[in-house]
Design a protein around this ligand. Structure first.
Ligand code: AMP
Length: 112
């Protein structure tokens, strides 16, 4: 069981900003921007690379929830970044699919 599964189950605390039947959004414990939120599916998918066609709607829900949280936190119209890390070389450290919502400062490109 990953740490995110424990957060979803309410076994360890997190600052939840949004949740519904399919997804949960909570603040990252080690923020890399003034706003840093993680949006995760309740379904314990490892990453986008482990999703298949039956997860198509869920993946859409993740992005829509991230956009909703961004809007509610006042990140429009300035903008923000959504990113999902996949595997070791992609920088993934928690193996439960999550979308990072980063905002509140100017983002640079390319990421490190
Ligand atoms: P990644 O490296 O893309 O897998 O991102 C994992 C993220 O989870 C990191 O940004 C961590 O700071 C964050 N994280 C780890 N443990 C917790 C926790 N208990 N509550 C909130 N965020 C966490």
């Amino acid at each position: 069981m990953t740490i995110f599964a424990k957060i979803i189950a309410g076994e360890i605390p997190a600052e939840r900003l949004y949740e519904d039947e399919h997804v949960v959004a909570f603040r990252d414990i080690n923020p890399q921007a003034p706003v840093h939120v993680l949006v995760v599916p309740r379904k314990p998918l490892i990453s986008v690379a482990h999703a298949d066609a039956e997860d198509a709607e869920l993946l859409g829900r993740l992005l829509l929830a991230a956009a909703r949280v961004a809007r509610e936190l006042g990140l429009e119209p300035g903008g923000y970044r959504l990113v999902t890390n996949i595997g070791d070389q992609g920088g993934q450290s928690v193996y439960h699919l999550h979308v990072h919502l980063l905002g509140g400062r100017q983002m640079s490109w390319p990421p490190g």
